[in-house]
Design a protein around this ligand. Structure first.
Ligand code: AMP
Ligand code: MG
Length: 422
């Protein structure tokens, strides 16, 4: 059994990021990974401008107040100033307006008194007050956004401001998803005795999409050697990464590892000291040009399958997507409301509700059993509390590390308003 942290590092070392680029419009770049470092030929701000509504002045004119000045021009945003300010002159200016030549300081309109073409400055400003200097945010030619950055709303704003269109992004990795098990049926099929819905396929596809990759659900594979072999071989022809669920334990119908070996894979990991999710197969298939495809054989139990994805597949998939950092799961410190128990033999994850409170994050265990088959109480949770390897009991009120699932951390008030609390 490989310790969880070691498994994560091994997996990341096995990943060769996709290097193919494509271009997308700025509107479609949300969630994509920037494939080239972007720079601009323009300074930001492009020219000196005013951060406030007020008057553009020569600082030397307003060191002593009251200072009467002559208004020679009005400069709304988008208009090019015509005058050069002479001593004793000022220009009415609005937020975003270009500073006229000769001006070096803005006096906010609240500190002035206007009468016709004259304005009196009543309070002396600091030198260069409220001037956004050309190039003070960014100098032309420097790196504006680095390759490997996940594009979100802010990055979209920067790309648009720099007129970086179309946007060069990495091709999204294709991830094949196989569900092994004779008991599995499609979501629309009536359930016979002994059958269950292949829920992992849908959950894993959603997680792959959330991670910014393209899921390719290839359906249910019966527990037969030939069918499993064929399905894995087919998946390898289409995908950058293959994820299967089920069939990696030590049961009589668990063929995945044998078949991977037959197909020429190198098996790096067979089990990880983690609960849920101990049986986890990580293998690689050698491809052309030093590239290889990563194979994750996840346990079939729905909770184990999801936890294994969050803990091990997602970091590898993030790296595969071209992200330059931030691959690992996000953990936060939280105070646990409940006592947490584990066997001590495996790093253990217990799911529950993470919430932001006055004193920081709090964690409350989901009620009901923490069985790796219990999908039901995993839903509506947003955190996995970690009991480290070697620890058997963590007292209520202790500080623990919680792996966050999704960014919306509900507050307790919000929970009780929704009737989701205990
Ligand atoms: P296995 O890892 O194949 O031994 O499966 C372990 C447990 O997970 C069994 O109870 C399976 O019925 C269940 N299981 C396996 N695959 C899936 C799946 N795709 N969706 C939901 N449950 C599954
Ligand atoms: Mg099975």
């Amino acid at each position: 059994m490989v310790p969880a942290n070691e498994a994560e590092t091994m997996n990341l070392d096995l990943v060769t990021p996709v290097d193919a680029l494509e271009t997308v419009s700025v509107e479609k770049s949300q969630g994509r990974v920037l494939g080239q470092t972007i720079s601009s030929q323009l300074d930001f701000p492009h020219w000196d401008n005013s951060a406030m509504d007020g008057y553009a002045v020569r600082y030397a004119d307003v060191t002593a107040v009251p200072a009467p000045l002559t208004v020679v021009e009005e400069i709304p945003a988008g208009q090019v100033p015509q005058c050069t300010l002479q001593p004793g002159e000022t220009a009415r200016i609005f937020t975003g307006g270009m500073l006229p030549a000769g001006a070096d300081t803005i006096v906010i309109q609240e500190n002035t008194q206007r009468e016709g073409e004259r304005v009196t400055v009543l309070e002396s400003p600091a030198a260069q007050a409220f001037v956004r200097k050309q190039g003070s945010f960014y100098r032309a030619g420097a790196d504006l956004l680095r390759s490997g950055t996940r594009i979100g709303a802010t990055e979209i704003a920067v790309l648009a401001a720099a007129q970086c269109v179309p946007v060069p992004v990495y091709r999204r990795p294709r991830v094949a998803i196989l569900s092994t098990g004779d008991e599995l049926v499609d979501v629309k099929q009536p359930l016979g005795p002994g059958q269950i819905v292949d829920s992992n396929r849908y959950a894993l596809a959603a997680l792959v999409t959330q991670t910014g990759a393209v899921p390719m659900p290839l359906g249910i594979v019966p527990d037969q050697r030939a069918a499993t072999r064929q399905a894995i071989a087919d998946a390898l022809t289409q995908a950058d990464m293959v994820i299967s669920s089920g069939g990696v334990s030590v049961g009589d119908y668990d063929y995945v590892d044998q078949i991977l070996a037959e197909l020429g894979a190198t098996i790096h990991i067979r089990s990880v000291a983690v609960k849920p999710g101990k049986p986890l197969t990580v293998a690689t298939f050698a491809g052309t040009g030093g590239q290889h495809q990563l194979y994750f054989g996840l346990p079939g139990n729905p909770v184990s399958s999801l936890v294994s994805f969050w803990r091990f597949v997602q970091p590898a998939l993030r790296k595969l997507s071209g992200l330059s950092d931030g691959w690992s799961p996000t953990f936060v410190w939280a105070t646990t409301d409940n006592e947490l128990r584990a066997s001590g033999k495996r790093e253990t994850y217990l799911w529950g509700q993470l919430s932001l409170r006055e004193a920081g994050y709090g964690f409350s265990l989901a009620s009901g059993g923490h069985s790796s088959g219990n999908l039901v109480n995993l839903s509506r949770t947003n955190g996995l509390a970690r009991v480290p390897l070697g620890e058997t009991r963590i007292e209520a009120g202790s500080e623990i590390k919680v792996l966050t699932l999704g960014s919306v951390l509900k507050t307790r008030t919000h929970d009780s308003a929704l009737g989701l609390g205990e």
